[in-house]
Structure formats: C-alpha cells, structure tokens
Design a binder for this molecule. Structure first.
Ligand SMILES: [Zn+2]
Ligand SMILES: [Zn+2]
Length: 140
C-alpha cells in the first residue's frame, strides 16, 4: 500500500496488537475498517501520532485515493464542529489521517469528558441544594 499523498510505501506498525500503516514521509496514518476503534481500546492510542506533518502533507492539494481500492476518499468532519477533517473510503471503510489528527481527536474527546464532568458537577450541586432546602440532607 502506498501513501495517498506521497505515494511512498506505507510502513507497518503494531499498536495494542493491531497492525496499522504509517507514512514515514508525511506522518499520516492509514487504518483499515475498525482498526482505529480497536487501537482506541488502549488509553495511550493518541501517542501513536508524532503530531508533526511532513512537508509533503502540507503542500498536497490533489484528490486523495484509497491506498487499498484506489477509490476517491471522501472528507468528513470527525465530530460536529470539531474542525477535524478526516478522509474515508466508502468502499472499504478505511480511514486516512494526516499527522496531528489523532492528537486532535484525543484533545477533542478530552474536551467532551471535561464538559460532561462539569455538567455532572452542576447537577450534583443542584440536587444537594434541593435536598438541603427540603431538609433531607446535611452536608458533612
Ligand atoms: Zn505520506
Ligand atoms: Zn478503500
């Protein structure tokens, strides 16, 4: 398989027992269907990504083609309003990520967790206040 950007042969890597493909030249990753999901089972998944894009990645302007089926890749937003645009193959469900996108995904999901925690905290306080007012709870 060759890098959709640099056309160089992708190198194999193994992470959490999953074989993935990486381009040494531009720092991008190719994940076959479900590979990224499996890799994400390991809490250090985002450390795979050096976050540094090679020069070829930054200057690339053409259409990306799937390294497996040679079909045109479609650009989709990873999560709503995340601004992270990833390239997917509708034929094989593979996924191309530029250098830095794995790290960006991690930051995005860490942001969700913080928001959820904040929300849960607010709700706990509201419940506590309600119970105190109702005389059913006294804080320790
Ligand atoms: Zn490349
Ligand atoms: Zn494909």
């Amino acid at each position: 398989m060759n890098c959709p950007k640099c056309q160089k042969v992708l190198e194999n890597g193994i992470f959490a027992d999953v074989v993935y493909h990486k381009c040494k030249t531009c720092g991008g990753f190719w994940f076959d269907k479900d590979e990224l999901r499996e890799i994400k089972q390991n809490k250090d998944w985002f450390k795979l990504d050096s976050g540094v894009a090679g020069a070829t990645s930054k200057t690339y302007k053409g259409e990306l083609k799937c390294p497996r089926c040679d079909e045109k890749l479609h650009t989709i937003e990873y999560a709503q309003e995340s601004g992270i645009r990833v390239d997917v193959c509708s034929e094989c469900d593979g996924l191309w990520l530029d250098a830095g996108e794995l790290k960006a995904m991690h930051e995005e999901s860490a942001g969700w967790i913080d928001k959820l925690k904040e929300k849960a905290q607010e709700e706990l306080i509201a419940i506590e206040l309600f119970l105190i007012e109702a005389g059913k709870f006294s804080p320790q």
